[in-house]
Write a new protein. Structure first.
Lengths: 426, 426
């Protein structure tokens, strides 16, 4: 299958300015970016007039099934929210719930231009199934909480997930290990997780230094910050995707840089749960790869990466009191190629470049909030909305065309969500 | 003309829960909220099934014509941005530019559910004209900068604006005086502005305590904070709408409360220009009326109040480290009735209530990012997007129906914006 996108202004994220280019796709990869070869004939021609074509957006940290808990419990103190609201509902959730929660989130993510995401939750095989059906690129990680008596079983489940799902769906699905956080996994358990990852060459998806309390407790218990402690245990010898990293100590920056830890910034969630603002401009200046994630829609409460990109740029300026930090293009890097690198897919996606996987979206510039058309990278970061995304291609397959989802039955999904949430909330 | 909205879940902002109600509109006012009288016949019946009906959103501080400078200059140090980029273009702007800049912003505002806004700029009569054509409620204020030799002329222009435009268009247009800021108006000029306002009973629209530098300079020059100094001059004897109020000293809170100053929070702009975060939860706790505004789209860069509402709630939680502050319903109050009060229209709009002006919008709940339907006030604040607004009624007149603008020719507006910005940027 050959697709030609013509007349679009193209943001390749390879450093060139945004300008009119033609994009060729054959099967799952870009075959040219620039001018189509003479006499080129495509099976499908997409007219990108009035649109920006850009790499698909990477949501580098989420819990997609938590859509089932969206707007279920808000504006509560953190521990009340978690223990009295979230956990009791999660206890009732099985594979079916995770499947449909993921499917709802997949619809939302495709509609807002996300083509790849990193997920951590439970029943992760269901997340993989739903993502394959939706045609989304997904890195799954089964959340691991270390309790000594079930250690073996949990590690075995991750091994099985890896065997059954890694690189399935023409590489759409990849697998990571998901040790939840330093405060929910003891050292002995973490050591076993690290051993497993070394054996399978498995990347790690975890939460790190999200709250002030986490850092304080770690310093009291270990005499080390969570990041120092994870380094001490050897976690960072594996490719590590570390969500949040809000509360950092001076020594943490160098550890993150030296070990090439991939930090995921979750601006909305960090604000909404009262955790604060991650020092991302300092992280970026320190040479750390920082990407962006929505976190789950129970603490956000959406999976709208355009909102997160905008917020990432604005919070960096506001918190440093410097309007020049984190300029638009850098925010777009965070949401595309940096995110791809965090998912361990930096050589495969995150740019529009010949030979890379064809993950590309079209953003409609013919909107009042996008006029006039001056600096288009600024338009994308400061003015664009998720609803401006019209067409989404993942792995060379059109999953949304002119706003219409091609792989997800939205009415059926709404029906199942209503049925499931009626059951869960009673 | 009689309009009946049926089957919608209604957020009245009068304190009742969100539930199914019928809404009657006759000419410019709500005639019932609850059940239609038996045998009631309307000229137009709007089916609100699957929608929330809520009061039109009030954008309490903007410079609508600055849409012409959207994404023209970003990520620059503040003074470079203002003096080298913004001012040179503004110098080339005349009445025609202001008219079309306003029209573009009106299209954007209607599409995102804004039914009323407070504007400060120049050639304000053009803003009034465009708003009347668009059918939007607008409070205009001609920006005043105090230079002694032209004082009389400037005050005379505001007097004329008041005579010609106040309460025109069945009350859609109201007029305020617009002394720009304490640092751009000297004391003698401000005193004359205050005298004029007292004579005409004219409310004031100004900028206050936006930057750290403004407060520092005021303390050095007057030995008083900008808010103390304005109080000292007697500004607050008039109804005052004060935009920003980011950098407040302990004594400012009581002055603002005591004088019933209406503070407008501009979260995106304050972050983007590197000014920081206004302590809005403390202002609200102090008993100050706080509303929300987008500021101009040159420092935002959009007029998307759903984004500002979301951000207002999130920033309050993040900056106080308390997820329970500024709950969803309070954020909605800020964006509706508090904004109406700031525009001196608290008895006319900001709620869906019998006898009040019929400013109402319909928000489509049938969106993946709004499922499931739990707490609908949280849905509106944390999950909804501007593009979910489908129908907008201002003063009893439908200005957008199912996403289609009824009063603005979008193609013509785009054409004029292209023509004007080509001229301005060369």
């Amino acid at each position: 299958m050959k697709i030609l996108i013509k007349n679009a202004k193209v943001l390749t994220m390879s450093g060139e300015p945004i300008e009119r280019k033609e994009i060729g796709i054959e099967n799952d990869r870009f075959t040219f970016v620039g001018n189509a070869p003479e006499g080129y004939e495509a099976d499908i021609v997409i007219d990108g007039e009035g649109h920006i074509a850009m790499p698909g957006i990477v949501n580098a940290h989420t819990h997609s099934s938590m859509s089932l808990l969206r707007n279920y419990a808000d504006d509560l103190p953190f521990w009340e929210w978690l223990t009295e609201k979230v956990w009791p509902v999660e206890e009732k959730m099985g594979p079916e719930e995770v499947y449909w929660g993921t499917m709802l989130s997949n619809a939302e993510m495709i509609r807002s231009g996300i083509t790849a995401y990193a997920d951590m939750y439970f029943y992760s095989a269901e997340t993989a199934k739903a993502s394959l059906e939706a045609g989304l690129r997904c890195s799954i990680a089964q959340g691991l909480i270390g309790s000594s008596d079930k250690d073996k079983e949990k590690l075995e489940a991750t091994r099985q997930l890896y065997r059954e799902w890694h690189m399935t769906g023409d590489g759409l699905i990849t697998v990571m290990a998901g040790p939840h956080a330093p405060y929910t996994c003891d050292d002995a358990f973490l050591t076993k997780v690290i051993e497993l990852c070394a054996e399978l060459n498995l990347p790690i998806h975890t939460h790190l230094s999200e709250s002030e309390k986490e850092v304080k407790d770690s310093l009291e218990k270990h005499g080390r910050s969570p990041i120092q402690h994870m380094n001490h245990l050897g976690l960072f010898k594996q490719h590590t995707l570390a969500a949040h990293c809000v509360h950092l100590r001076d020594e943490d920056f160098e550890i993150l840089r030296e070990n090439q830890v991939h930090v995921v910034h979750n601006p909305s969630s960090n604000l909404k749960l009262g955790n604060g603002i991650s020092p991302v401009s300092r992280l970026l200046l320190s040479g750390v790869n920082v990407s962006i994630g929505t976190d789950g829609s129970c603490s956000n409460n959406n999976l709208n990466m355009f909102e997160e990109i905008h917020l990432a740029a604005l919070l960096a300026k506001g918190s440093t009191r410097d309007p020049a930090v984190l300029p638009a293009y850098q925010a777009l890097e965070m949401a595309t190629k940096n995110g791809a690198a965090a998912l361990n897919l930096g050589s495969e996606t995150g740019k529009i470049q010949t030979g890379m996987k064809a993950d590309v979206i079209l953003v409609d510039l013919e909107q009042p909030h996008l006029y006039p058309h001056y600096q288009l990278d600024a338009s994308l970061v400061y003015s664009a909305q998720a609803s401006d995304v019209r067409t989404v291609i993942v792995n060379g397959k059109i999953v949304m065309e002119k706003g219409e989802l091609k792989t997800i039955d939205l009415e059926k999904t709404y029906y199942e969500i209503k049925r499931i949430t009626n059951k869960l909330s009673n």
